[in-house]
Design a protein around this ligand. Structure first.
Ligand SMILES: [Zn+2]
Length: 264
């Protein structure tokens, strides 16, 4: 274990980690969708990942022991969305809590009769406004399949920068809130109708939960299966490309040609 990880555990700020190239290669091999980045962007992603590790506090829950590879893997995924935005988009909070697998969150609902029901909801991740990001550790290598709990929760963090998560993060100069709202609401309505009709969209149906979840799930998909997003919702892909200032679809298409023999 490197010196820097012991400092990253529960204390901040730690010095920037000095990561050997073979460690980067080993960790990045578990994240095939990083290949959708232009090759020249990889050093910048590594750099922002190191600064992320140095600026956040990492806690293993339930005696989960975090090792260097895990921190790097989480940091690379967390930083992919802000690679072209800047790490200050994650300012205002410091904690990243990692559970060994899904975790249970106590919930309460009140039914129509006013009766309070308490239950435990199993979650893979949760982002708290002004507080930590909670993640479950997924030990299997990530596939480029549109499911990415780290990108999902950090997309919520971006969405929370202008208040409660609602699927509308702060947009950049030159982007139109009106256009964003129009593109997203029409895609969301269409998606919900397909989910209600039992259509297999290839996208996690949890996205139909709310506009905020739709944005988080579509952010996962934008980085993992960008070609599918662009083919299905070209306008929404365009808005995501403007927001994240990235365009992963062409490289995804080149790496995963759309033939029946090339399952994702
Ligand atoms: Zn969510």
């Amino acid at each position: 274990m490197f010196h820097w990880i012991t400092q990253a555990l529960g204390r901040a700020p730690a010095p920037l980690p000095d990561v050997p190239p073979e460690t980067w290669a080993r960790v990045e091999a578990r994240l095939p969708f990083l290949d959708f980045l232009p090759v020249q962007d990889r050093p910048a992603l590594r750099d922002i990942a190191c600064r992320f590790i140095a600026s956040k506090q990492f806690h293993g829950a339930h005696e989960m022991v975090l090792d260097d590879d895990m921190l790097l893997e989480i940091a690379l995924q967390a930083c992919l969305p802000v690679l072209k935005l800047g790490l200050d988009w994650y300012d205002g909070w410091v904690g990243v809590v990692i559970y060994p697998g899904d975790f249970l969150v106590p919930r309460q609902t009140v039914d129509d009769a006013g009766v309070v029901h308490e239950y435990a909801e199993p979650l893979m991740g949760e982002a708290w406004s002004g507080g930590p990001v909670v993640l479950s550790w997924q030990p299997d290598a990530q596939a480029a399949d549109g499911i990415n709990v780290v990108i999902h929760e950090f997309a919520h963090k971006l969405d929370m920068r202008n208040g409660e998560p609602d699927g509308l993060p702060p947009l950049h100069e030159g982007m139109s809130v009106q256009r964003w709202a129009q593109v997203w609401s029409s895609a969301y309505e269409g998606f919900c109708a397909e989910v209600d009709a039992g259509v297999d969209t290839g996208i996690d149906p949890y996205a139909a939960e709310s506009p905020a979840e739709f944005f988080a799930v579509m952010s996962e998909c934008f980085f993992e299966i960008p070609d599918l997003v662009q083919d299905t919702w070209p306008g929404l892909y365009g808005e995501l490309a403007l927001f994240y200032r990235q365009d992963p679809a062409p490289r995804a298409r080149a790496l995963f040609p759309p033939t029946p023999q090339a399952p994702r």
